[in-house]
Design a protein around this ligand. Sequence first.
Ligand code: ASP
Length: 347
Amino acid sequence: MRSKILLIYTGGTIGMNRNPATGALEPFDFRHLLEHVAELQQLDAIVDNGQLTSDDGRLLPPIDSSDMTPSLWSAVARCIATHYDSYDGFVVLHGTDTMAYTASALSFMLENLTKPVIFTGSQLPIDQLRTDGKENLITAVEIAAAKDNDGHAMVPEVGIYFGGRLLRGNRTTKQSADAFRAFESFNYPCLAEAGVDITYYPERMLKPDYSKPMVPHYNLDNNVIIFSIFPGIREDIIQHILHAPTLKAIVMRTFGSGNAPQQPWLLNALSEGTEHGKVIVNISQCVQGSVEMSRYDCGYHLQQAGVISGRNSTVESAVTKLMFLLALYPDDIDAVRELMGRSIRGE
Ligand code: ASP
């Protein structure tokens, strides 16, 4: 039986057109995009178009992904959840700039996912001669439609397909503004590779429990911030951030294996933040490797200040996971801290 795939267009370069007045690329409508990929009809899958709507039912226009928001992540989750039982897989067309954030957020918001949710987009608009959009879109649909011998999805998780490789959504970072291979998963191997054939690596995929229903979550709490440590960081500015009344959690980007300056004011400020119920997660500024706070004295002191190791998580994954957990456990900061310290979706 042919797989049924729902194609959800959120915007991004893949469907953009040049504005003749400004010369800049702008999001364009979905029909325009599909006119340029007649090949979709030749695939061994039925492809339908999904519409994104707001929670009060308004149709949402395509956007540049720099304008993405948590409420739009909820709209994507809602679209998938509404059609979950009627489709075998989902392909989300998305701008590359914040694709890794949306894919990470969706991986947390869709609990017990057993079907593929494959994000893709392109570096060049689909109507340009050298576009990478056609290959990305067609292969993403093939991946979303692929089944194993038991009839289960080959990829029962949220992935990003781009430039010949399928990567785990919450392990991925945009690494190039120009290259067709725009994304990288520095700390986890790819889930599939597309050459002449598509080679899947099932041993690297998540193993869902097929007896459980998919549970969508729509609430996110964005009282969070990401900040980087750097030589010369100022106490007054950090104090200002830590004392922001609504702030609940921080992704702190540290040096190397999770190190920060050992100035007493910083360690005291972090301890105080922790004591006042803020969740502080340590993510390295290095894209490869892991936070190990016990390796150096300066990392050890962060641990003593109550900072949680984000291990080898991406920034995109850490910040969206915090938004998800803060909304899920609004009155249980210990649960948020405990779950930040371990993997819940292969992140
Ligand atoms: N600015 C665009 C976006 O993220 C870039 C792209 O799609 O590649 O929507």
